[in-house]
Design a binder for this molecule. Sequence first.
Ligand code: 6PG
Length: 253
Amino acid sequence: MTVAPPLKAVPQVHVYTDKATLVAAATDQVIELIRDAIATRGRCSIALSGGSTPKPLYQDLAQTDLDWQQLYIYWGDERYVPATHADSNAKMTYEAWLNHVAIPAENIFTVPTDTASPQASAEQYQQALATSFDTADTPVFDIILLGMGDDGHTASLFPHTAALNETERWVTVGQKADQPRITLTTRVINQARHVMFLVAGANKQTALSQVFAPTADSATYPARLINPAGNLSWLLDTDASIGLPADVERMVH
Ligand code: 6PG
């Protein structure tokens, strides 16, 4: 008997005039989600995205007063480079946000990249998740921030790579051409209480049209694999949103 695929979360699609208004809205929504999680469960676990889009969001959060003791920071993916490397997502996040707020160091879980191999990094990060979430079951993040590349990748789940088919591990090795990465798998991402995509720019139109198309190949457009148990929101700017199929419901701000 074929098991019906899980019902896709109905995405909440928000369209903003430009990237600046998208980021301002994302800041407000992330702050609300963090405060709700802490109020409800006494803590908030958030997995951050890399790339350029979220950097101004992190800079906004550096000006925000949050219950830092109850906030736990992770990364959805990381490049396999030293923490001091210009390409490091953690380096970008520390410089934009974490160096400027009173969050305890023990609340920040960077992906270890000073290891013998990307595989060793993935294994160590998976162990760190198991310990910090104190679970043998798939960890449930309160919030996972994601971007989307113009090829339809998200986190470090790149088209036609082995990482897309990893259904058991929580953390695996992603591959961007010749650059190894460490990434959460869809198994973890799709357990999150809230997944928020931040996508801006005309260069994302084609990938977005395929991600929202009724039928398209998820191996070619991996962002189609994101189907969380909880809420799924897409925050787009007008330029990126032009790629949306006409029948996709959206809130224009
Ligand atoms: C990374 C990100 C990656 C990013 C997309 C979009 O490590 O680079 O996790 O998935 O979100 O490539 O990047 P931009 O926001 O720079 O367009």
